[in-house]
Write a protein that binds this ligand. Sequence first.
Ligand code: GTP
Ligand code: MG
Length: 209
Amino acid sequence: MKPSREGEPRVIEATFVAGAVDTKSLLPPTLMEVAFAGRSNVGKSSLLNTMMQRRGLARTSNTPGCTRQMNIFEVRCADGLMVRFVDLPGYGWARRSKTERKEWQEMIEGYLVNRACLRAVVVLVDVRRGLEEEEAQLLAFLALPRPVSEARPLEVLLTATKVDKLAASARKPALDAVRKNAGADVLGFSAMTGEGREALWARIRAAVL
Ligand code: GTP
Ligand code: MG
């Protein structure tokens, strides 16, 4: 593990605690949760590894559809903050059967709607693809009021991944386009360079504290 640069949130402990195949197999709601959602191959698991400073803890792959259950991690930071990260299976991967896609959709939507300890959802979009139909639908879905009683609404943190793949001059226009289409702020992120890690941690921290 690389030592943290000054000011970066230092992760003391990050552990895989469960792989849930349905909402019944989730853990007791003893910690705040942050979920990571986005189409297959967008870089959810890679972003999680960067956030947790653990290479390979969340399995990543070139093949879309790598994460097929809700993978749950518990993270403890140097300042005592504890949070659960939930790596959701990616959507929009056509090669799954219709039944399987329907089951996943029900599982993910059920979790997002009913999980009272869920504080924030990080929605990932590939900076080169921008916002597409599925992302727009997901953002609209997350904006709906939830039946679970809560003091604060769900925080939605829109994040554009793989910014290292764009030339420096192309980044700002690409991020501006996502921002405009979403009508929300967007954070640029790269699992390759670590860009955006500190800013995303700051937003997650604000959402769970
Ligand atoms: P599923 O589990 O299939 O839903 O995919 P995922 O969203 O978890 O994607 P994953 O993290 O497995 O990454 C998919 C591919 O994109 C891998 O080959 C990663 O190495 C690559 N990748 C992810 N993030 C970045 C990034 O920030 N920059 C670059 N250059 N490649 C990335
Ligand atoms: Mg994954």
